[in-house]
Design a protein around this ligand. Structure first.
Ligand SMILES: C[S@@+](CC[C@H](N)C(=O)[O-])C[C@H]1O[C@@H](n2cnc3c(N)ncnc32)[C@H](O)[C@@H]1O
Length: 440
């Protein structure tokens, strides 16, 4: 029997869905964070309840040949990354296997020969957006949450962010200190600054300070401090007086500079607001979009969960007609601007819930699904099974919900391929593109 504070020597036999090591002791499964397959480790049991055991490594007796030195000094303390101790090649293999196992176990699908190797990204420095909580310990600081916690760890830099993140972190820390800016405290519900959210694309930066109030004292000093680093930027407040996990509300106050990012890419003009959805890894997103664009030639396409409309715009170039459905109003507005600025007469943007709006479209031959992590609702799957479009491309960031939805679709659809993409290197997350065709 395993009990708390026990010391054990374990051999790691697998990696779990969060990238943690898995070992067995007298038939019981023990989770060992930051241990790798094949390693022999000494662990101290830090959690033992309801047949759920967690061991903390005290010594690595036999290291894995795939073990590498993490780039980031905050790794393990900060909850953002899970795989920096694993070589990048092995991390890609882990994600390929993760997708294969999830579709097999949860989806009950035979995908043995359908899952392609996970497509590699730049392993670090890929993120075009960050959302960092702000903490206080003697001085205010920009940080990251510890894994599964609201405790904020101070970070000097974040290596999965693009290089522009570091100067902003430094400038903002200095600004808060010099201007006596207070930091929000969840317990007392007092203090001003909660989060710093920034996005940069095509040399245009949006800086948003999330505040429990509607002013940021001496914000002009922040503008001046950013000017030597960035030519084109905007500063805004997001006013959030809620005491829950919501980071951004709908209430913005523009303080300086640009309000949106104006993009020009693949012959399309479009704009992105701070709260519009945009994939965080531009390099990988464009590879997925190219696959979609090539697949939809001459089809009538529904682009469900269409975000700010860039993918709709791209597929308009090859498709006969495109219907984009998006629930967030500002993203829908972005998509409408894209339609107008590019004179896309074959694009219809629909504002609303896919579960409802999809029922109103009848004659489409192709549907692209790109839902959030929770996947598609039952109504969406039922509607697709009624209409029976010839082809489906499903883009997913949640393998478990993807497996659930594919299981339902597989009654009428054949899987052609499953392609994982490393949209989120150093984390356990993976993006997957799946192609399905209606059975005869
Ligand atoms: C993973 S993002 C994909 C966005 C877009 N395809 C892209 O690549 O930029 C999911 C999008 O679905 C939207 N969304 C979430 N639930 C929705 C629903 N029930 N109906 C319509 N859109 C929804 C979100 O606002 C978000 O823009």
């Amino acid at each position: 029997m395993i009990t708390k504070n026990m010391d054990l020597t374990l051999e790691i036999i697998d990696l779990g869905i969060n990238g943690e090591g898995i070992a067995k002791h007298e038939g019981a499964v023990v989770f060992v964070p930051f241990a790798l397959v094949g390693e022999v480790v000494n662990v101290h049991i830090i959690y033992a309840k309801s047949k759920f055991y967690v061991g903390k490594i005290t010594e690595i007796i036999k290291p894995s040949p795939h073990r590498t030195t993490p780039l980031c000094p905050h790794f393990k303390k900060c909850g953002g990354c899970h795989l920096q101790h694993l070589s990048y090649t092995a991390a890609l293999n882990f994600k390929t296997t993760l997708v294969k196992n999830t579709l097999t176990k949860i989806g009950k699908l035979n995908v043995e020969n359908l899952v392609e190797p996970c497509v590699a990204s730049t392993p670090y420095g890929y993120r075009n957006k960050f959302s960092f909580p702000v903490g206080f310990s003697k001085v205010p600081f920009v940080g990251m949450y510890k894994e599964n916690s609201h405790e904020i760890v101070k970070i000097e830099n974040c290596h999965i962010q693009q290089p522009w993140a570091k100067p902003i972190i430094d400038v903002f820390n200095k600004f808060m200190l010099e201007n006596n800016i207070s930091v929000y405290n969840e317990q007392t519900k007092t203090g001003l600054v909660k989060h710093l959210v920034c996005r940069l694309e095509q040399n245009q930066l949006l800086v948003c300070v999330v505040t429990n109030g509607n002013t940021l004292p001496n914000h002009q000093a922040l503008v001046e401090a950013l000017k030597p680093h960035f030519n084109t930027f905007g500063l805004m407040l997001n006013i959030n007086t809620l005491n829950n996990n919501v980071i951004l509300t709908n209430q913005y106050k523009h303080l300086y500079g640009i309000k949106t990012i104006k993009m020009f890419e693949n012959g399309l003009n479009y704009e992105i607001s701070l709260n519009s959805f945009m994939q965080v890894n531009t390099q990988i997103a464009s590879q997925i979009y190219t696959e979609v664009q090539n697949a939809v030639k001459n089809e009538v396409v529904v682009n469900a969960f269409s975000g700010a409309g860039y993918l709709s715009g791209l597929i308009c170039k090859t498709a006969k007609h495109v219907y984009g459905i998006e629930i967030v109003e500002s993203s829908h507005q972005n998509a409408e601007t894209l339609k107008q600025e590019n004179n896309l007469t074959n694009l219809t943007n629909i504002l609303g819930d896919v579960s409802e709006k999809l029922k109103t479209i009848k004659d489409y031959s192709f549907i692209v699904l790109d839902p959030p992590r929770k996947g598609c609702s039952k109504q969406v799957i039922e509607t697709i099974l009624n209409v029976k479009p010839k082809n489906i491309l499903y883009i997913s960031c949640g393998p478990a919900t993807l497996a659930r939805d594919l299981n339902l679709l597989s009654t009428h659809y054949t899987l052609n391929f499953v392609k994982p993409f490393d949209m989120f290197p150093q984390t356990h997350h993976v993006e997957t593109l799946v192609s399905l065709t209606l059975k005869d």
